[in-house]
Design a protein around this ligand. Structure first.
Ligand code: HEC
Ligand code: HEC
Ligand code: HEC
Length: 144
């Protein structure tokens, strides 16, 4: 019952009531990348179940080809701080905190999981080095 109440409060606060226009609802930061095909409303209501479901897939079955990966959430939903770098969950502007603070939800996920996008270097993104010419260019690029 409490869960339903919180969700209704939140949905009301976000889009459907005049309270939102007056700035009383949480101000959810914009994301980058493709929006979820299921829509925002679905994700507002179901993200916790999706995350838990997919965590079990990974932890219990070793399946990493999952949809609701925390790594990807914090990448598309990264919020930049004053220094232009993505903020961590210690910052109240962090995507996952905006609604949770509003609805007094506490999650412990980021005790273990990174709340910021991973720093992917060019070197990581290069899958294979097929020939010596490319290898030379690659080494030059990475400064080795
Ligand atoms: C490929 C990029 C991408 C990934 C990955 C992604 N999202 Fe999103 N998400 C979006 C976009 C784009 C929107 C549309 C709203 C917007 O423009 O900010 C959105 C919307 C949402 C909303 C609704 C926000 C609102 O304003 O109502 C929630 C909640 C959400 N995502 C949670 C998650 C969670 C949790 C994960 C990880 C399991 C995740 N998203 C992964 C891009 C992404
Ligand atoms: C649009 C608002 C909103 C955003 C953005 C949002 N959440 Fe939530 N989240 C909620 C609400 C509301 C609840 C509590 C719902 C309930 O009590 O069932 C919740 C609950 C959860 C729960 C379950 C907590 C529990 O104790 O059962 C997890 C896990 C969670 N969110 C993860 C995330 C993560 C990770 C992000 C960022 C990637 C995120 N949420 C972003 C609104 C949001
Ligand atoms: C005590 C540490 C710990 C906590 C707390 C924790 N996790 Fe995890 N989680 C892990 C580990 C370890 C893995 C496996 C990581 C791997 O092998 O890539 C994992 C994997 C996952 C995965 C699948 C892999 C991925 O990239 O997303 C999801 C989804 C996930 N956890 C969600 C959650 C959510 C949601 C919470 C909070 C409700 C949470 N976890 C809290 C340790 C933790």
């Amino acid at each position: 019952m409490k869960r339903l109440l919180v969700i209704l409060m939140l949905l009301g606060g976000i889009g459907l009531s005049p309270a939102f226009a007056q700035g009383l609802g949480p101000d959810i930061p914009k994301a980058t990348g493709q929006p979820h095909p299921e829509g925002n409303l679905f994700w507002r209501m179901n993200h916790m179940r999706l995350l838990q479901h997919d965590r079990d897939l990974t932890m219990h079955n070793g399946d990493r080809h999952i949809q609701a990966s925390l790594k990807t959430c914090v990448t598309c939903h990264a919020v930049k701080g004053a220094d232009g770098k993505p903020v961590g969950v210690d910052n109240p502007k962090h995507f996952c905190r905006v609604c949770h603070d509003y609805a007094a939800v506490k999650i412990d996920c980021f005790m273990c999981h990174n709340s910021k996008p991973e720093e992917k270097t060019q070197a990581y993104l290069k899958p294979k080095i097929p020939d010596s010419k490319e290898l030379a260019a690659y080494l030059k690029e990475t400064g080795q």
